[in-house]
Ligand binder design. Structure first.
Ligand code: NAD
Ligand code: MG
Length: 393
């Protein structure tokens, strides 16, 4: 068996650490080529000591200097910095497999570089597909890359689709796909109490431990909205055939409904090491350190339809998908700005949706036929969002 040689982008984050946990269980299968950690230099130094990558990438020259000092003279790891170094480790000829787990639009360029280089691409960075779905999928096809979804819902759908679904879901008899959602920490909170929500409350997810940005997205359900758009591109299904179902126990990770009435689903404990291990070893299966699902102990699985009044962000995402072109890039950028402002104490939680909605309304949804179009829309939406946030303050 040839070893997979890995670059893990965003190694210091929640997905990155779970990936390294699975990788360390199978030293005969995986070798680490590069780890990246942006500004989390101490955490990255520790990971370099454990995994001895050939290259480590950080944000800037001063972080690089600190990391070199922490690793000491004679370290095996070469330290690089900046966005071009991220693109380089995502596309280096030595690398077979890239875990794209940088959060937000900051991950687009390196995710795309891995796709263009024809890598086996494990995609956690959903924002890349939301921003530039069509371009991204075209790049994957043109380069013959293998795109494997890490988002638990999309990984569940991938597992529930017939092999070779690529030729179109209609031919496979798929009627609809259904993304499950936990509903986050405010599923039953009084809607008029949400203006007092603090960042720590929003990040206290009932079932998953994740980075802070995606945790806030889960609380507003923008995360599910981004996932609807992600599913549209990954599986080639129009928005009207992508449903969302609230399932607070997070045991069913998503489902595929077929024309004959069959519904196939993937179940498991909510632990990202399952989809990560699936994608790392696909089409084989390897152990992930995840405890077996005990359904008798879970006892009961419950479901409800999402309420768009409680979760306006979910509706905004469907609208952006419907509008097409650069609308999803605008939605994503406005959301990133609003969430950062909320986490920084500069925007009320219940104004995140209003900010995104307003930006989306103002934006002209040009066609997204080049990366330049997408990046322009992203920059304009960020500017508009910052103005609105300033006006709210
Ligand atoms: P996180 O905040 O825990 O980690 C983010 C990583 O990206 C860190 O390594 C950080 O150093 C790096 N990073 C941050 N800003 C950067 C920048 N400007 N340039 C380069 N690197 C940067 O986030 P996470 O929860 O691990 O999520 C990562 C991605 O995976 C997100 O797109 C998220 O939506 C997706 N995802 C996460 C989960 C989960 O359970 N955490 C589940 C599904 C999908
Ligand atoms: Mg998900």
């Amino acid at each position: 068996m040839n070893k997979q040689v890995l670059s893990i982008l965003g190694a210091t984050g929640s997905i990155g650490l779970s990936t390294l946990d699975v990788v360390a269980r199978h030293p005969e299968r995986f070798e680490v080529f590069a780890l990246t950690g942006h500004r989390q230099v101490e955490k990255l130094a520790e990971l370099c000591r454990q995994h001895a990558p050939r290259i480590a990438v950080v944000a800037g020259a001063s972080e690089a200097q600190t990391l070199r000092e922490l690793l000491g003279a004679g370290a095996r790891t070469e330290v690089l910095h900046g966005a071009s170094a991220l693109d380089m480790v995502a596309s280096a000829p030595e690398v077979t497999t890239v875990m794209a787990a940088i959060v937000g639009a900051a991950g687009l360029s390196s995710s795309l570089a891995a796709a263009r280089a024809g890598k086996r691409l494990l995609l956690a960075n959903k924002e890349a597909l939301v921003m530039a779905g069509e371009l991204f999928i075209d790049a994957v096809r043109a380069a013959g890359a293998t795109l494997l979804p890490i988002d638990s819902e999309h990984n569940a759908i991938f597992q529930s689709l017939p092999a070779g679904f690529d030729y179109g879901l209609n031919q496979c008899g798929v009627r609809r796909i259904v993304l499950t959602a936990s509903g986050g920490p405010f599923r039953t909170a009084a809607v008029d109490s949400l203006h007092t929500v603090t960042p720590d409350q929003a990040c206290a997810h009932p079932n998953w431990v994740m980075g802070r940005k995606i945790s806030v997205d889960s609380a507003t359900m923008m995360n599910k909205g981004l996932e609807v758009i992600e599913a549209r591109w990954l599986f080639g299904v129009p928005g009207e055939r992508i449903g969302v179902l609230i399932h607070p126990e997070s045991v069913i990770h998503s489902m595929v409904e077929y024309d004959d009435g069959s519904v196939l689903a993937q179940l498991g404990n909510p632990d990202m090491r399952t989809p990560i291990a699936h994608a790392l070893s696909y089409p084989q299966r390897i152990s992930a350190g995840v405890s077996p699902l005990n359904l008798a102990k879970v006892g009961r699985l419950t479901f409800e339809d999402p309420d768009f009044r409680r979760f306006p962000c979910l509706q905004l995402a469907y609208q952006a998908l419907q509008a097409g072109g650069t609308a999803a890039a605008s939605l994503n950028a406005a959301n990133e700005e609003a969430v950062a402002a909320f986490l920084g104490g500069k925007l009320r939680f219940d104004r995140i949706a209003g900010t995104v909605g307003e930006v989306l309304e103002q934006a002209s949804h040009a066609s997204a036929s080049s990366l330049g179009d997408v990046l322009d829309a992203d920059a304009r939406a960020r500017h508009a969002a910052r103005e609105l946030i300033r006006a709210y303050a």
